[in-house]
Design a protein around this ligand. Sequence first.
Ligand code: ZN
Length: 415
Amino acid sequence: MSGLLDKVSGTSADTIIINSSQLLTLEKDNKGTGALGSIKNGAVAIKNGLILETGTTSEIRKSYPDCSDVIDADDSLVMPGFVDCHTHLVFAGERSNEMEQRLGGKSYLEILGDGGGIHSTVRATRAASSEKLFVLGMERLDRMAMNGTTTVEIKSGYGLNEETELKMLQVAAQLRREHPLDIISTYLGAHTFPPDQSREEYLKWLSGKSLQLFKKEAEYFDIFCEEGAFSLEETKKLLESAKTAGFKLKVHGGQFNDLGSPGVAASLGAVSVDHLENISNEDMDLMAEAGTVAVLLPGVPFFLQSGKYPDAERFLKKGIPAALATDFNPGSCPSYSMQMMITLGVFYCSMSAADAVAAGTINAARAINRENEIGSLKAGKKGDLIILDIKNPEEIPYYFGTNLVKKTIKSGKIL
Ligand SMILES: [Zn+2]
């Protein structure tokens, strides 16, 4: 932290944001306990893209009387930008036809088993050029920014071969260079098995050559442990290999069935386990012990109408930080909106509005190891904020289905 603080030392500010109804700093939030750190009529000072100080509007005005770049929040809520810590943002094609099939009674796993689902997106993504994927990615990031997201994790996993997994990760890197939002990359070759290779061949490539090849392209290794995808045994072996190769670990676990992957992931020091509709108390104890973050993706059961949501209360009671993310993807949650995920978290996952706000900001930052840089408003952290057209955080779920973001501010600049 001190390095960051050095950069912002001095008495002048580039920008001040004043006159909020309340400023939610999340500064004292500890594992999503809902300590929003609200400052009434709060304000923020920013220099070189980083937060200098938070306080009341009169305090900040007094400290920086010469600052000419003043953003007036006009009695609206100001809080940290959303951190969307689980997305599959780079892909081609769309799957609205499968939504129709599901409404006709076919399940997600049945569609996957019949060569649709992830396989349909794999065909489209293999066929798409890097340029096309990049353009699609830029448009999607713009929509996320308009909805208040300032940091996005992006997974590969629609290539399932060397050429297209690399293409996806390189497109994510290009998006990182060219879009103002921050991008974190995850290698998800273990999304499912490709139709054009044997299981043994693919497992061998995943646990060997692919890890060496993609180590410099991605910070995280992720795997989908589920019936119809990777078994618990395969998951354990691949996570061990990825850890040895130097990746940080994430797991898609407990989505449709409790196969035991959260406990295995936690024992190997995974940063997060994501989905978690189905998890045993024993695995939760292992997550609590390891400090593994529970990333809840309520947009998926909502869109799949599966009827079963993850229960945040179970995690929070055990002291496991609960995060929220969109899981933005073409099959099970084509939503750009973290506000919608907060709404679903409150209505279906037994979260308070404060729990859900912490889950979409500071705890989501924990799920990508960025809690010292983003996710709360604190001196030295990035000037990533949003101004919402409401006065209280409870109004996010209250006005469900509406984009309440008036301004998204990334590193001190209005997007
Ligand atoms: Zn996912």
